[in-house]
Ligand binder design. Structure first.
Ligand SMILES: [Zn+2]
Length: 400
């Protein structure tokens, strides 16, 4: 069996990693003006957008809007869920949000020390500068959401909407939610491992806010370019029949979005095109008052990835195999009871750019256990909730 980069033998202790990272956080004071000024401007530019305002207002309100809670691939929200009645923001939420924005001090944000020094080390205007700036903005968007969630000023605290669960005979719901409802309705369903997050449930809300405001959870290529090249060379030399992941050249300046939205937005992780990244940076770095509606700084948020974003990654693959993630603790492998989209015998042009690409995805699904390092298999097995031992590892005749 071939192995890709980052195939450690033991499962890392994510909780410990996350807490360590949290302890190392620092304010923007360590940055020089050439790095701090564009960053605070970028954060402020995002905060002035309508999508940021309505997103943060929902957190302050304490519940998402029904239309937002249902804005997922396939819109799987139960019609019986009481969130369906939350059609508008409650009185006062928008005013409180605007007051928060007026008083907001970017100096209150805290960033990982290693990210701060990586950003500080970049040359203004370089590709690395833009990439690290986008990373810091994503963290700011996430952290502001987490802070607002932790204020616990919500008028919905005791109304039972978040705790709602259907009757026990709703088999499908209970299969997907064996532990009952999540502690928050502000969630991107792939980013819910709050027990190992530095700020717990507040981070679930943070990932949700990134998705709503920016267009997806913001991820990067963490593959080591030197190692990735070595792996590719090794793969070419070996000639066994094992299925392998497609060739991947590490691109430290690539920016990926992991969206969760309805409409035509794919559920898979999409690499931003150069022009999407440039447009985002032009907006973030715009010095003018955004309310001027200057068309050269038109707001690209949220970025809706789609057909043009042809470089995609299966979110079902472990992040240690793809190397596409932001923080190691951000999500575990989804348990099998959640279903694996790749196992379905329906080709959807929205999610896969071609029939061939869909077939490759299916192949990765079929060969997953052969490719996963042991500790990832153990992690997966620990999360299996129903017996699937009769599941065949090959596509059967009826599904092709
Ligand atoms: Zn409300």
């Amino acid at each position: 069996m071939k192995s890709k980069t980052n195939t450690a033998q033991e499962e890392p202790d994510y909780r410990e990693l996350a807490l360590k990272a949290k302890q190392s956080r620092q304010s923007l004071d360590t940055l020089d003006d050439a790095h701090r000024v564009p960053l605070t401007r970028a954060i402020s530019n995002v905060l002035t957008t309508e999508i940021a305002e309505t997103t943060y207002a929902q957190i302050i309100d304490g519940l998402p809007l029904a239309s937002v809670a249902d804005d997922t691939p396939g819109g799987i929200l139960s019609p019986a869920h009481p969130i369906n009645r939350h059609k508008t923001l409650c009185p006062g939420a928008l005013d409180k949000t605007r007051l928060f924005r007026a008083e907001f001090d970017p100096g209150s944000l805290r960033f990982d020390a290693s990210l701060l020094s990586a950003y500080q080390a970049t040359t203004s205007g370089s590709a690395a500068f833009g990439t690290r700036l986008i990373e810091m903005v994503a963290i700011a968007v996430h952290q502001i959401a987490a802070v607002l969630f932790q204020l616990e000023a919500s008028g919905h605290k005791d109304d039972g909407v978040t705790d709602w669960a259907p009757r026990s005979d709703d088999e499908l719901w209970w299969r997907i939610n064996p532990d009952g409802p999540l502690p928050t309705l502000f969630c991107h369903s792939w980013y819910v491992d709050y027990e190992q997050y530095p700020d717990g449930v507040a981070d679930v809300v943070g990932y949700w806010a990134e998705n709503r405001i920016l267009g997806g959870v913001v991820l990067f290529d963490r593959n080591d370019p030197v190692k990735a090249e070595e792996e590719e060379r090794k793969d070419e030399e070996e000639s066994d029949d094992d299925y392998d992941l497609p060739p991947h050249q590490a691109d430290p300046n690539a920016v990926y979005l992991h969206p969760e939205r309805g409409g035509n937005v794919p559920y898979r992780i999409c690499k931003l095109l150069d022009n999407q990244k440039e447009q985002l940076l032009a907006f973030l770095l715009a010095a003018e008052d955004m309310s001027d509606n200057d068309s050269s700084y038109s707001c690209p948020l949220p970025i809706l990835v789609g057909g043009q974003n042809t470089e995609r990654v299966d979110p079902e693959e472990p992040i240690h195999l793809t190397g596409i993630y932001r923080d190691e603790w951000e999500r575990n492998l989804q348990p099998e009871y959640m279903g694996d989209n790749r196992s379905r015998d329906v080709f959807s042009l929205g999610d896969w750019v071609s029939f061939a690409e869909w077939n490759h995805s299916r192949e990765r699904w079929m060969t997953r256990f052969r490719r996963y390092p042991e500790w990832i298999q153990r992690q997966w097995e620990g999360r299996v909730r129903y017996d699937h031992s009769d599941e065949d590892d090959e596509i059967d005749e009826t599904s092709t």
